[in-house]
Ligand binder design. Structure first.
Ligand SMILES: [Zn+2]
Length: 308
């Protein structure tokens, strides 16, 4: 009944009977609409579309003093922090190599200093990449593993995967990521491989050809979280840059970093070699962000203009 009466008491009726009250009501209606339109966070994603295996920048402008803020893409949390130069909140959104091409929702959630919740959403289109296929013949001992070697490989894989589960929250990286060695790409990112007629997992890094002994530079500052000699990746170094970002350096001839130490961007980690399953001297350089396998060159591109 109340609703009916309110309906009968139309807007023109209100304008005629209480013009001042109506104007005040109208003013509050307009300003509150404007305020609520300002309130939700408006994440911007750059670039607006991403290819499988690419990294994007997620940015929230118009806020300078948030207590907390994080993004979410495919149920994976994205740490975000204030860029002191641009005065915007930024984070890295990583699209795994195996993400299905589609349009995805990207959300941001946070709170202001008073504890009030703020949120917003945007979308990201993920485009398909036609990764090439390479057919290789390798000695059977490097492909058909005996039970003991298989057990070793599984243990090594588990150890690396476990590292990604305990990413340090603090940010050790700063500014753009470096290419660890010059030299041309001998195997691109995402290449599908058929070895001795068996389908293998796609190439999750980039192979850079370089002479044996070439110094390998840390792509950014971080902590050395793994130094070992693995069956497939040979002498290996993994850096944790904080905020879920890792870089990996495989097939080294010599390792010059120590597990547990902190290193700075550009420090020499070791030398190029051909240890593990490798057909010649090269550096396999890989990047993981929140567990996603991404093209390391994409990380260089997206961080290029960041303040040092
Ligand atoms: Zn490789």
């Amino acid at each position: 009944m109340v609703a009916l009466r309110a309906g009968e008491y139309g807007i023109f009726e209100a304008m005629k009977k209480q013009p001042i009250l109506f104007l005040i009501f109208l003013f509050f209606l307009l300003t509150s609409t404007a305020a609520s339109a300002d309130n939700p966070l408006r994440p911007e994603i750059l670039p607006k579309t991403a290819k499988q295996g690419e990294v994007c920048l997620i940015r929230v402008a118009g806020q300078k003093n948030l207590k907390t803020l994080e993004g979410e893409f495919q149920r994976i949390k994205i740490p975000m922090g204030l860029n002191p130069v641009g005065k915007t909140y930024e984070g890295l959104l990583a699209v795994d190599l195996d993400t299905k091409p589609a349009r995805y929702q990207v959300e941001v959630r946070g709170a202001d200093q008073g504890g009030k919740s703020l949120s917003g959403a945007s979308s990201l289109e993920v485009k398909k990449v036609s990764f090439k296929t390479q057919t290789l013949s390798l000695p059977s001992s490097m492909v058909d593993l005996d039970p003991k070697t298989l057990e070793r490989v599984n243990g090594e894989t588990k150890r690396v995967e476990a590292l990604f589960q305990r990413a340090r929250k603090d940010r050790l990286w700063k500014g753009r990521f470096l290419r660890p060695v010059q030299g041309e790409i001998s195997t691109p990112f995402g290449l599908r491989r058929v070895i001795n007629r068996q389908n293998k997992s796609p190439h999750s890094g980039i192979d850079l050809r370089a002479d044996e002994g070439t110094p390998i530079l840390a792509s950014n500052s971080g902590a050395v979280v793994l130094v070992d000699d693995f069956f497939f990746s040979g002498k290996s170094v993994i850096l944790d840059h904080g905020q879920g970002i890792y870089s990996m350096y495989f097939h080294l001839s010599e390792i010059l970093a120590r597990e547990g130490e902190k290193i700075s961007k550009g420090d020499v980690l070791g030398q190029v070699g051909s240890t593990g399953r490798s057909t010649g001297p090269h550096l396999h350089w890989g990047v993981r962000i929140q567990g996603a396998k991404v093209d390391p060159f994409s990380l260089i591109r997206v961080t290029e203009a960041m303040p040092e």
